[in-house]
Structure formats: structure tokens, C-alpha cells
Design a protein around this ligand. Structure first.
Ligand code: BES
Ligand code: MN
Ligand code: MN
Length: 455
């Protein structure tokens, strides 16, 4: 173990150069023009996995982007970790808000800036470097390891469930390890034991066959922009409660134990507002900020489009309006059931003055595990060794839909071992990763394999 940690410390700078090469590949899964880059990134990961000594490395083709697989199964009698991560990234727009080019990783003040630095290339790479340290130092790992890297996480993992269902035997393991989430705050490492689920919709309204002169027609013809905002305003009330009938039926109530534990977490609401430029917080009455994002469902407008949005003024009555709307779900809400309730409600509140089109997009189930799970506890010890501080247990508001698939299809618990920080701008301009968390994360990952290997 000491050799392994020494190796990691000695190679600290090389890791950063290699990570820069990975971050240079614009593997944006949402944009068709990056299709080849996404594949190039899969190849890069496969080459790297071969280079560090993993075996049976290759790409599994899917109707979408390839899944990279590799394993090392030489620890007979020891448990098997199934590691999951994603090599695709979010689009970079708005590009003009980046202080350095998103695909030319740049180090400033101990942070590496690039799209994918935190979500999720940097965190995947952390594990590859821990594996490399074991295999280059002693030629073996303390656990068996199977790795899958997905190229479609940011677009809803449409092909992953089928891959998992079709390879149940090959993916047999004891525990899933994922580093695709955050730590609670700088200097406060954490283990995440719950994620929210998601359902995502697009709503299109049409009020006329073409845009109309708002003087000649305004007042006589419904304005889809207006109608859409009226519909949206009927989805949530002023106290933050979602008005879709039946929406809360399956929500598991917040437990007193969690409420008490979270009340003592070092969460500073003032700093939160200041960090993100929020004038005043808003959320469901009766819940704290952490409770609102971790255990309460929400409905959000992700995008809104109608009419003239250029500079200056144009008197037009838009023909169409569009909104992207998603709901974050919590245990035990069922994405399909919630999607049906939402669709029914939207159809009910849409007036006859517009044509309505409702499109259901991707989704995923919420997930939660018990933090006294022995693997979760092993991860806690590993984090403590890597970061020199006992982790706290948190839930998160984001979604990783495959986590519930691992549970349901393979019967596997997941350990969410994330080192991103809340202010590292995932999905936003100037995404970054703290390099000391990256380094400590490599050490913690090495300890995690060791801890799990002892079981
Ligand atoms: N890494 C995130 C998920 C995440 C974010 C976990 C914050 C914990 C905290 C992941 O890459 C992501 O962005 N997921 C999407 C899921 C969607 C595309 C199905 C999300 O949460 O919006
Ligand atoms: Mn991610
Ligand atoms: Mn993401």
C-alpha cells in the first residue's frame, strides 16, 4: 500500500498532463457534430485502460455511442467492483462566458478548468490513476475490477439499460463504485447515499399558422407565449408546491433522523446566496435549502422560447411557444407514473385556443441506499485516509439514472464517491476541478480498493 501511495505522490504532475489530453477531446454527446469526437474519446479511454494494464479492454457498440469496457480479475476470492463513469460531456455554450477555451485545459489557482474536468472525466481519471499505481507497482490489485465508461450519460443513458440487461453475467460483481457526484464543501468530504430521479418534457404550443402583426391581430388571437406562461404558472404555487394532482402521493416523508443530521451540517446560506448571486432563496415552505434539494421533488422550467428575442422592439404576435420542463423526483416516485400525471394535467390546463404537443424525453428513477451498508462504510474509511477527514453522509439533488438500474437488474449496491465541489460549474461555463481534491481522490480510490479487498 505504501508503494502505491508513493507512486501516486511521485507521479502527481504527470497525471495533470495526461488529464489535459483527455479533456482536450470535445466528447459532447448532445451535439451530432461531435459524434466522431465522442468515439475518439472512447478510443482514448480504451487505449489508456490498456496502457495501465487492464485486460479485455474494448468498445461495446450500441445504437448510440460506444461503451468502453475493461477488467482485471486476478484477485481470486476477493470481491469484485463494477466501476461506472461517463466520458461524454455537456455542451459548452455560452462559449463567450468561458475565461479559457473549454477544450484547452488550463490550470489556475490549483484548479484545472475545462469542460468535463469535474463531470466526469477528471473523476474517472482519478480511478484509472489509482489502478495504474497498483498495477505498475505490484502488478496486481487487491480487488477484482470491471470498468464500464458510458458515452451517453448527459443525454439520458438511452442505451445503457439494455446493455446491462444483455450482459448480466459479464457484469456480475459485489458492489458498484461511481465518482460522478460532489463533496459537500471544500474541506468537507462526503459520501452520497441518495439521488433524485428525473422526468423531462418539451411542450410546444401553436396559436396560428404564421407570426402575426400584433396590432392587426392582437386581442383577437391567443398569444402562445402568454398561454404557455399561464400554463406554467399553474404548475407550481407561490409556496413552491407542485399543483399536479397526485404528484406527491408516493413521496417518502423526510425522516426526523435525517432532518436532525443535516441541520448540523456546515451549510452557510449567506455564502450560498453570495457564491451564486442569488438575491433571495425560494423553495417549498417548511423545508430547508438542503432538504429542498435532496429529499423534495421539484418542477423546473429548463428553457423557454417564444416570439421576438433580438435587440430592440418588434410588434409581433408569435405563432409558437416552447418550453422544456423537468421534474426531479424522490423515493418512491415512479418516473412513468409522474410523466402520465404531468401529461394529463398539461392537456387539462391547455386552452382550446392553441394546438398542444407534449413530448416526453428522458428520465430516471430516484435512488437511495442505507448508509450503514458495509461498502458505504468502507468508502467512508477510504475517504478519511485520502482526505484526512471523516466524511459526512449526504444526499444530492442530481440524477444518475443507471444507479437504480444496477440495483434492480444486477442487485448491486452503489457507493457514490464524488470529489467535485458545488461551485465547480458542472454543466456551466468555466467548469473546473480542484487539483488537490483530484490528487487526494486518487489516494482515496487506492484505499477504497484496499478496503473493499479486505472484505
Ligand atoms: N454527474 C451528474 C449527476 C449529479 C449531479 C450527481 C450533481 C450528483 C450531484 C450527471 O452527469 C448529470 O448531469 N446527470 C443528469 C441526468 C440526466 C441527463 C438524465 C442530471 O442530473 O441532470
Ligand atoms: Mn456526471
Ligand atoms: Mn452531468
Amino acid at each position: 500500500m505504501d508503494n502505491v501511495i508513493d507512486f501516486i505522490n511521485v507521479n502527481r504532475d504527470r497525471y495533470i498532463d495526461e488529464l489535459k489530453a483527455l479533456l482536450a477531446i470535445p466528447s459532447v454527446s448532445a451535439l451530432p457534430e461531435h459524434k466522431d469526437d465522442v468515439r475518439r474519446c472512447a478510443d482514448w479511454c480504451a487505449d489508456e485502460m490498456r496502457r495501465i494494464g487492464l485486460q479485455n479492454v474494448g468498445l461495446f457498440e450500441t445504437p448510440g455511442n460506444p461503451i468502453v469496457y475493461g477488467d482485471w480479475l486476478g484477485a481470486s476470492g476477493a470481491p469484485t467492483i463494477l466501476f461506472y463513469g461517463h466520458y461524454d460531456v455537456q455542451p459548452v455554450d455560452p462559449l463567450n462566458l468561458w475565461d479559457s477555451p473549454p477544450f484547452e485545459a488550463t490550470v489556475r489557482d490549483g484548479e484545472i478548468y475545462a469542460r468535463g474536468a469535474a463531470d466526469d472525466k477528471g473523476q474517472v481519471f482519478m480511478h484509472l490513476k489509482a489502478i495504474e499505481a497498483y498495477l505498475k507497482q505490484g502488478g496486481r490489485l487487491p480487488v477484482n475490477l470491471k470498468i464500464i465508461l458510458e458515452g451517453e450519460e448527459e443525454v439520458g443513458s438511452e442505451n445503457l439499460d439494455e446493455f446491462i440487461r444483455g450482459h448480466k453475467n459479464e457484469l456480475k460483481a459485489d458492489v458498484v463504485v461511481i465518482s460522478d457526484s460532489g463533496m459537500f464543501a471544500r474541506g468537507v468530504p462526503s459520501i452520497c447515499y441518495g439521488l433524485r430521479g428525473l422526468v423531462y418534457f418539451q411542450i410546444d404550443l401553436r396559436g396560428s399558422s404564421t407570426d402575426l402583426h400584433s396590432g392587426s391581430f392582437g386581442g383577437a388571437v391567443a398569444n402562445p407565449g402568454f398561454v404557455l406562461s399561464q400554463m406554467i404558472s399553474q404548475m407550481k404555487d407561490r409556496s413552491g408546491r407542485i399543483k399536479i394532482p397526485g404528484f406527491y402521493d408516493d413521496v417518502v416523508a423526510l425522516q426526523d433522523e435525517e432532518r436532525q443530521a443535516w441541520a448540523s451540517l456546515p451549510f452557510n446560506e449567506k455564502k450560498y446566496k453570495k457564491d451564486f448571486g442569488i438575491p433571495k432563496l425560494f423553495g417549498e415552505t417548511g423545508y430547508t435549502t438542503l432538504e429542498r434539494t435532496w429529499v423534495r421533488p421539484t418542477l423546473e422550467v429548463n428553457g423557454l422560447l417564444s416570439g421576438f428575442t433580438g435587440e430592440g422592439a418588434k410588434t409581433v404576435l408569435p405563432a409558437v411557444a416552447m418550453a422544456k420542463i423537468s421534474m426531479r423526483l424522490v423515493p418512491n416516485q415512479e418516473p412513468n407514473k409522474i410523466a402520465d400525471l404531468f401529461q394529463k394535467y398539461v392537456e387539462e390546463i391547455a386552452p382550446k385556443t392553441v394546438q398542444l404537443k407534449v413530448t416526453r424525453m428522458h428520465g430516471g428513477k430516484p435512488w437511495m441506499t442505507s448508509y450503514d451498508n458495509p461498502y458505504v462504510q468502507a468508502a467512508g474509511r477510504a475517504i478519511e485516509k485520502g482526505f484526512g477527514r471523516t466524511p459526512i453522509f449526504t444526499r444530492e439533488g442530481g440524477s444518475i439514472p443507471v444507479v437504480s438500474t444496477f440495483q434492480e437488474e444486477l442487485g448491486l449496491p452503489s457507493v457514490l464517491f464524488g470529489v467535485g465541489l458545488p461551485d465547480e460549474n458542472a454543466h456551466a461555463p468555466n467548469e473546473k476541478l480542484d487539483l488537490s481534491n483530484f490528487h487526494n481522490g486518487i489516494i482515496a480510490s487506492a484505499h477504497l480498493y484496499d478496503e473493499i479487498g479486505r472484505r
